[in-house]
Design a protein around this ligand. Structure first.
Ligand code: AQP
Length: 334
């Protein structure tokens, strides 16, 4: 039976990239009636230092945004990772299964640690084994993610395979990454070769789900582009990463294909396309941010929803963790 698990780090406010690559699709999966488990991965967030008050705020704000975007806490399980200790516990076991060489090849590790690896946290290095634990703890079959997380889901499959092999069991199913839609990798508005990221120092590089309509319009107006009009066909976007990014964003928000965006706007300049895109972004994002703001007025209710989600997650995770402990050979006397 398919079961979906995915997560987002509350390491800042959510961006349009998180929305199109992840959250929008989380809602679609829920609507398809699949069992869905969504996690605000606060243990992952602290792999890079977070101000504690901001982390709390960001976690609640992310939860409010999920709810505002259409995640129904009755049909999906929504919780924050640190409330279910089994994530950290299984991650330890998987740290002992994964190999240094595998982890060293992770591009996110290389990008985030940068040149100064000696000074990166051990947690940042171990990020992918914690992610493998998140997924395997629920025997999840499908993991909707943006393009950037594909490598981590593939590593999860390698870890599951090695665990099964090392212990001679057929215990962890191999999860599939699900990377769908027109905007699986939304790029920075300032640099079409860099992904849009909530931790980019430049606020102009991204659209935050909490930006007001004027800010959204201003950021899109100022987004870097080239002087050419939009082409008639996709081929014409090949060496134009900034133009391609804006077309993909439009297509994803309008639930259509990049080609049909070009059918409509091909031959027109950015003077026409950018205002149309800004209007569409505002139309799709503003109701979510308004509703999230309204929900944030009652943080006790948000905390209650996360607590209830954590209890339901725990009920699935505990038996799987206990079984993994048995397989590994830990004595269980209570
Ligand atoms: N630019 C993006 N385009 C499409 N999908 C994206 N995702 C993130 N950025 C884009 C997807 O959002 C989900 C949650 O990501 P995350 O918060 O766990 O971490 P991340 O991938 O490292 O995202 P950020 O925004 O860049 O966070 P920071 O800056 O804190 O590292 C994932 O499914 C991801 O693919």
């Amino acid at each position: 039976k398919p079961r979906i698990f995915s997560g987002i780090q509350p390491s800042g406010g959510l961006t349009l990239g998180n929305y199109l690559g992840a959250l929008k699709r989380f809602v679609e999966k829920q609507e398809e009636g699949i069992e869905t488990i969504y996690c605000l991965v606060d243990l992952h967030a602290i792999t890079v230092w977070q101000d504690p008050d901001k982390l709390r705020d960001n976690t609640r704000e992310a939860a409010a945004t999920f709810l505002a975007a259409g995640i129904d806490p009755k049909r999906s399980i929504l919780f924050n990772q640190s409330q279910v200790a089994a994530h950290a516990e299984l991650a330890w076991v998987l740290n002992c299964v994964a190999r240094m060489g595998w982890m060293n090849r992770m591009t996110q590790w290389k990008d985030k640690a940068g040149k100064n690896r000696e000074n990166a946290s051990v947690g940042l290095f171990a990020y992918p084994t914690l992610m493998a634990a998140d997924i395997l703890l629920y025997h999840a079959t499908h993991v909707p993610v943006g393009e950037d997380q594909k490598q981590h889901v593939e590593l999860t499959r390698d870890i599951a395979t090695k665990f099964n092999h090392d212990y001679g069991v057929d215990f962890f199913p191999l999860p599939e990454p699900v990377i769908e839609g027109a905007a699986t990798r939304v790029m920075s508005l300032r640099d079409g070769t860099k992904k849009m990221s909530k931790s980019d120092p430049s606020d102009q590089s991204r659209i935050n789900l909490t930006d007001d309509p004027d800010t959204i319009a201003q950021k899109i107006r100022k987004a870097r582009t080239d002087p050419e009009p939009l082409p008639e066909s996709l081929d014409g976007l090949k060496d134009r990463p900034e133009a391609r990014n804006l077309v993909n964003i439009y297509a994803a928000l309008a639930d259509t294909t990049p080609q049909s965006v070009l059918d409509r706007f091909g031959g027109q300049g950015f003077g026409v396309f950018k205002p149309a895109l800004a209007e569409l972004v505002v139309e799709k994002i503003s109701p979510i941010s308004a509703e999230a703001k309204r929900l944030m007025a009652d943080t006790a209710e948000i905390d209650r929803i996360l607590g209830e989600g954590a209890q339901r997650a725990e009920a699935i995770a505990q038996p799987i963790l206990q079984r993994a402990y048995d397989i590994v050979g830990f004595v269980r006397s209570r």
